[in-house]
Design a protein around this ligand. Structure first.
Ligand code: FE
Ligand code: FE
Length: 305
């Protein structure tokens, strides 16, 4: 939904950008390690050599998990149905800002760069690497564009987020029982006010099995925010919208939770998200490309964020 007016919004302190990037990177690291552990578990069954590797991965995962535990404690305690409804309402009615895609990318990059000039890989480089890996693999142009913009919702950091907990991290469904198997650090859900709620704590909560993922409320963060922006302001196909909306929804696309809510369309969406995921997770170690060289072709594109 378009805003009624354009305004200049205040920039948070530089430290926020650094903390946001650090948390986001740590969350990614946990997901990479988790994925590697699974791959190598299969190998472990076939040979002893991989058993040794698997052990190393597991230790790294535990360390990384420890570093994001505190983040997830806060996220799991504060992402309630009430907060979700409030965030969606704010999105509809608050005045936001209009900018081109490139301006949005630079805005986020400036925050990170100013906070830490020694930072290893900026957000803008992550977006470009994701898109470039897709281009090299011959993925369709709409998917390359999706890769390029998929994390721009992190600009929530400027536009009304209450902390890191409502911008980054794996997402999950609110309004039904927390899936303790599918979510990381799930013990901390016990501190959420919705835990033990008469309806929200039941398996399907406020939803009906098969209702479709379009009809469930995903925890608030950069995925959902950008999805709402792009849904109304682009002609990207449903698969692209799904890649944006669900890319942090690891409990679903990686762990197989919340499957009861899927309808027929969601099976195709799940396949799309799964095909997107490796480009997001594994392109970070690729060669860093020249931002300036790529800038020219992007200037005409724009959104109201
Ligand atoms: Fe993301
Ligand atoms: Fe990403």
């Amino acid at each position: 939904m378009a805003p009624s007016a354009i305004e200049t919004v205040p920039v948070y302190s530089d430290r926020d950008g650094q903390v946001l990037e650090q948390i986001s990177d740590n969350v990614d690291a946990v997901n990479v390690l988790k994925a590697n552990m699974k791959k190598e578990k299969a190998l472990h069954e076939a040979s002893e050599f991989d058993a040794e590797k698997n052990k190393t991965q597991f230790r790294q995962y535990e360390d990384a998990k420890e570093s994001v535990k505190e983040f997830y404690r806060e996220q799991h305690e504060k992402q309630t149905v009430a907060y979700n409804l409030k965030a969606r309402n704010d999105f509809k009615f608050k005045t936001r800002a209009e900018m081109s895609i490139w301006e949005a990318m630079e805005k986020f990059n400036t925050l990170i760069d100013e906070s830490d000039p020694d930072t290893d890989l900026s957000q803008i480089e992550h977006l470009i690497q994701t898109a470039e890996a897709m281009r090299r693999d011959g993925r369709p142009r709409w998917m390359q564009l999706t890769g390029l913009i998929h994390d721009l919702g992190k600009l929530l950091n400027f536009y009304g987020s209450e902390g890191q907990w409502d911008v980054v991290g794996d997402t999950f469904v609110v309004g039904c029982a927390f899936d303790l198997e599918a979510n990381v650090c799930s013990e901390s859900f016990k501190g959420n006010p919705d835990w033990g709620h008469e309806i929200y704590s039941t398996k399907h909560g406020i939803y009906t099995p098969g209702c479709g993922m379009d009809n469930v409320m995903i925890s608030w963060g950069h995925d959902e925010y950008l999805y709402l922006v792009v849904k109304d302001q682009s002609t990207l196909p449903d698969e692209a919208l799904a890649m944006i909306r669900y890319h942090s929804f690891y409990p679903w696309h990686k762990e197989g939770g919340y499957m009861d809510f899927m309808n027929e369309k969601d099976h195709a969406m799940l396949a799309a998200v799964r095909s997107f995921n490796p480009y997001d997770l594994y392109s970070k170690s690729d060669e860093v490309l020249s931002v300036e060289e790529l800038k020219v072709s992007l200037s005409p594109l724009g959104f109201i964020l």
